[in-house]
Design a protein around this ligand. Structure first.
Ligand SMILES: [Mg+2]
Length: 364
């Protein structure tokens, strides 16, 4: 069996806005870019994957098209470890992190999608199965930077059945107001998006200490300040989460050995796909660190995260970005019901995109 064609697909999805203005990198956020990959094989199947896009989407798209695809055409898609290993070995001098490994992540996800489709099994069953039929989702609110919009969306998410909330805010007054709105018992996580340096983070964690936060996420800039995370954990009563900017298994090992994380948040579209995410789950288990993957995705990246969580022995939550789009090629099937994401039962990832919508939204 052979891989016959690989297509890198960049789509732009416009957010459905409801008056409040979500922010990203200091600007109003109106859309999100997604780099998908479609891997075709000579048995007539197509598998889909997703690579981290964000502000670097051009580089990730080019990495798939010009670097990764030519190395995969003609290879056997049923030999996932062998194919991925040859990519790592062939590209280690520029593929330890960033767009090259993001592109490899997409290929790995697509290969697993193909493997499940060929076997006629949902991916979580390929990974060993699950006793669960659903996973609790947390509502990962966009960043608004003002209390009224944060509290409006927090209330709406709770009314829609979510039982866990994450804020993307670093202003302690906004976080305090959100706790008041949610009441004392709703678990609240706070993602600071690398807002602070160590001393400031220590001061902030003291200001937030009485709010019963489940974790404080990426408190430090740069995210590579592992020693800073260790120090913060030693003086803060709030658990520390990080990992979405960690590049690979080996960097996670260093973080675990240092005792830098209360929660690990590997991102399937960044660390090398399903194969590497599973290794990070196992490694984390050996250090007794819970894993709650970074998964603010709307297609293969999200589905892959759900399947890996489902097949984990440990209970975990799944991150669900709390937003809606004018058009989404993967439809509404991934919306939680009563705060739970149903584990997809179709073969492979369990859901293929609507290709007509993909073509409508496609920019490259
Ligand atoms: Mg985050």
């Amino acid at each position: 069996m052979k891989i016959t064609h690989i297509e890198a697909i960049l789509i732009r999805m416009a957010l459905k806005l409801d008056g409040a203005q979500p922010m990203a990198s200091g600007e109003v956020k109106r859309d999100t870019y997604t780099v998908m990959v479609r891997v075709d094989t000579d048995d007539g199947l197509s598998g889909f994957g997703e690579a981290f896009a964000n502000t670097g989407w051009m580089a990730t798209h080019a990495a798939i098209k010009h670097v990764i695809a030519p190395r995969c055409i003609g290879r056997d898609p049923t030999q996932i470890p062998d194919l991925m290993h040859s990519l790592y070995r062939g590209l280690f001098n520029c593929g330890r992190s960033g767009p090259i490994v993001f592109a490899m992540s997409a290929i790995d996800i697509a290969l697993w999608d193909l493997a499940g489709k060929r076997a006629g099994l949902p991916l979580y069953r390929m990974l060993g199965g699950s006793a669960r039929s659903s996973i609790p989702a947390y509502a990962s609110l966009l960043r608004y930077g003002e209390s009224a919009a944060v509290n409006q969306h927090l209330r709406q998410a709770l009314d829609r059945g979510y039982r866990l909330i994450k804020l993307h805010e670093s202003n302690p007054d906004i976080i305090r107001a959100a706790r008041r709105e949610a009441g004392p018992d709703v678990p609240i996580m706070v993602d600071c998006v690398c807002a602070w340096q160590l001393e400031e983070a220590i001061a902030m964690s003291r200001r937030l200490a009485d709010l019963n936060l489940t974790w404080i996420e990426e408190p430090l800039y740069p995210p590579d300040d592992h020693a800073g995370l260790v120090r913060l954990r030693s003086v803060s009563s709030i658990p520390v989460a990080a990992g979405e900017n960690v590049s690979n298994l080996f960097e996670f090992k260093r973080l675990f050995e240092a005792g830098a994380l209360s929660y690990a948040q590997p991102s399937v579209t960044k660390v090398g796909g399903i194969s590497e995410l599973r290794k990070i789950f196992a490694l984390a288990e050996s250090f007794a660190v819970p894993v709650v993957p970074h998964s603010p995705y709307f297609g293969p990246g999200f589905l892959a995260s759900v399947h890996v969580c489902a097949a984990s022995t440990r209970q975990t939550w799944i991150e669900r970005s709390y937003c809606a789009f004018e058009d989404n090629p993967f439809g509404d099937a991934m919306h939680p019901k009563n705060g739970e994401i149903m584990i997809p039962q179709g073969s492979g990832l369990g859901l293929d995109p609507d290709m007509q919508l993909v073509e409508k939204l496609r920019v490259a």
